[in-house]
Design a protein around this ligand. Structure first.
Ligand code: MYR
Length: 131
């Protein structure tokens, strides 16, 4: 269900979420229009993700339930895990700089990929359309 290339279409409360993450206004303005595109290749419990945005190109490999390191586009480093709950991917990542948790989930809803984020009480959503 997740396989394919997904391009961000719209954001909900993403600016407030990034502000809670401590990202300054200049970077937030750029990130709001980052043209994020993710290509997901799932085979069993293993995922290969190609991330493309105005900030960078990045390849990510992970397996469900196995911790891995990831750097956010602003350089913030996190470590954490994706798990599958029903048809939803649930991610729990811990910032290396302050040990606080960033939760995220991915689900396909009505043909769109909905990624939700939570950090310290602030929720945001980014919705992607299939290419
Ligand atoms: C992936 O599956 O795409 C790689 C792992 C993702 C880890 C968590 C992503 C959170 C990204 C939040 C960006 C917000 C910038 C303030």
């Amino acid at each position: 269900a997740f396989n394919g290339t997904w391009k961000v279409d719209r954001n909900d409360n993403y600016d407030k979420f990034m502000e809670q993450m401590g990202i300054n206004i200049m970077k937030r303005k750029l990130a709001e229009h980052d043209n994020l595109k993710i290509t997901i290749e799932q085979s069993g419990d293993t995922f290969h993700i190609k991330e493309s945005s105005t900030f960078r190109l990045k390849d990510i490999d992970f397996s469900l339930g196995m911790p891995f390191d990831y750097s956010l586009a602003d350089g913030t480093e996190v470590t954490g895990t994706w798990e599958m709950e029903g048809d939803t991917l649930k991610g729990r990542f811990t910032r290396k700089d302050n040990s606080k948790v960033l939760s995220t989930s991915r689900a396909v809803v009505g043909g769109e990929l909905v990624q939700s984020y939570n950090y310290e009480g602030v929720d945001a959503t980014r919705i992607f359309k299939k290419q």
